[in-house]
Design a protein around this ligand. Structure first.
Ligand code: C5P
Length: 397
């Protein structure tokens, strides 16, 4: 990990939209440039009402505009190590959430694989409006990084959340992000995610309510840190995160096969899948017909993939999840010990704002000597925090 000058040589596309806080962007450019970053600025039409392009150029930003010939959106999208939008107006957040591509900035946001970081700035009521809340939640779910907004006096005379973070804070946020990025460079990691589906006949089967969101967020956060991530996923509606090699499976048996196939050299295993504990003993070759008033199905135990991985010699650093409806900590700690895990992440199910299908989660992270309850947050944020925890504990070899 680089301790000094984490910004050195980083390529920043700075998008500036039309909020009063745009007047602070020359200061932001100056800080990024001083830290060694290269900055290309893309201004929206209305941004020029609040900041003079000349002021940005004077502190070392290269200005790019919509009129440039060629394919500036693709070139910039590929060039960027990060796309930072500061200030990001409510309108810009709405356009990002819907995937608009009607100007250079939004088009390049769609075309880039670089991380996207936004520093919102708007009136407090606009920030708290349900429409903005929904856009914020959706962008968080997609892994967009948010810096701020802060709370305090606003240009409109109000006081509350919606102030753009200060240039110093934004620059520090990026330094931190860059300082952490790459800590898992080339480390082979495998994540299981989603439910499994255990067939009863060709048309029916047993599954559970896992959406796969938590596991996918963990896979994305590991890839962000440079790990070589294989994601073995049960059936979900989610797209594979960028930079992650996804293998789709259906049943627990298939999931176990896919996991075993990657055993060689594996350094980290995160079992986030909700693997069915049981499967029907036999799968009927034809669709079952209704006959008697009752139907008895015999279930047999599925392999415990996580427990098996924890027994491998040599074994990867092994992290499990525990979805619990009661006695969260006790049950999770018992699983940690029984399965021989390094870390277990316990989350309540059946409680609003956590567990299956939601974008938020509230977890308690347990290892052999510590139990720490984390504040509720978006699954993408919990995933990043978990990855930071893993980085601290992963044995170096
Ligand atoms: O025992 P329980 O199913 O509650 O443990 C949950 C943890 O174990 C999760 O990390 C899950 O991915 C993993 N697991 C597994 N194979 C199973 C059952 C659970 O990998 N058959």
């Amino acid at each position: 990990m680089r301790d000094k000058a984490r910004a050195q040589g980083r390529r920043v596309v700075l998008g500036i939209t039309g909020g009063i806080a745009a007047y602070k962007t020359p200061e932001l450019v100056r800080r990024l440039r001083t830290a060694g970053a290269v900055v290309r600025a893309v201004l929206s039409q209305s941004a020029t009402r609040f900041v003079a392009p000349g002021a940005l150029a004077a502190v070392g930003a290269e200005l790019v505009d919509d009129e440039d010939r060629g394919m500036p959106h693709i070139d910039l999208a590929r060039w960027a190590d990060i796309v930072l939008i500061a200030p990001a107006t409510a309108h810009l957040l709405a356009r990002l959430a819907m995937g608009a591509a009607d100007d250079l900035l939004t088009t390049l946001c769609l075309a880039t694989e670089a991380p996207l970081c936004v520093a919102p700035a708007m009136n407090r009521v606009m920030w708290e409006h349900p429409a903005t809340r929904a856009n914020h939640a959706q962008l968080l779910e997609r892994g967009v990084l948010f810096v701020g907004p802060g709370a305090g006096p606003q240009a409109c005379g109000e006081n509350g959340p919606g102030r753009m973070s200060e240039p110093l804070e934004i620059a520090a946020f990026l330094e931190r992000f860059w300082g952490e990025t790459g800590a898992l460079r080339d480390i082979p990691a495998l994540v299981t995610a989603g439910p499994t589906y255990e067939a009863l006949d060709p048309a029916r089967g047993f599954t559970n309510r896992s959406s796969g969101k938590m596991g996918y967020a963990v896979a994305a956060a590991l890839a962000e840190q440079g790990a070589q991530v294989v994601l073995v996923s049960g059936p979900t509606a989610l797209a594979a995160p960028p930079g992650v090699h996804r293998i789709l499976v259906t049943s627990a048996i298939e999931m176990r096969e896919a996991v075993r196939a990657h055993r060689e050299g594996l350094r980290l295993f995160v079992g986030a899948a909700a693997v069915a504990d049981y499967r029907p003993e036999t799968m009927a070759p034809q669709k079952l017909k209704k006959q008697a008033d009752t139907l008895t199905v015999t279930f047999v135990r599925n392999p415990d993939i996580l427990a098996e991985v924890a027994q491998w010699q040599p074994r990867p650093f092994t992290v499990g999840f525990a979805a619990e409806t009661e006695a969260l900590e006790d049950h999770a700690r018992a699983k940690l010990e029984k399965k021989g895990l390094d870390l277990i992440v316990a989350n309540p199910v059946g409680e609003p704002g956590a567990g299956f299908g939601t974008d938020q989660n509230r977890v308690t992270v347990i290892n052999k000597d510590r139990t720490v309850a984390w504040a509720a947050a978006a699954k993408t944020e919990i995933a990043r925090q978990l990855v930071r925890e893993i980085i601290k504990r992963l044995p170096r070899n």
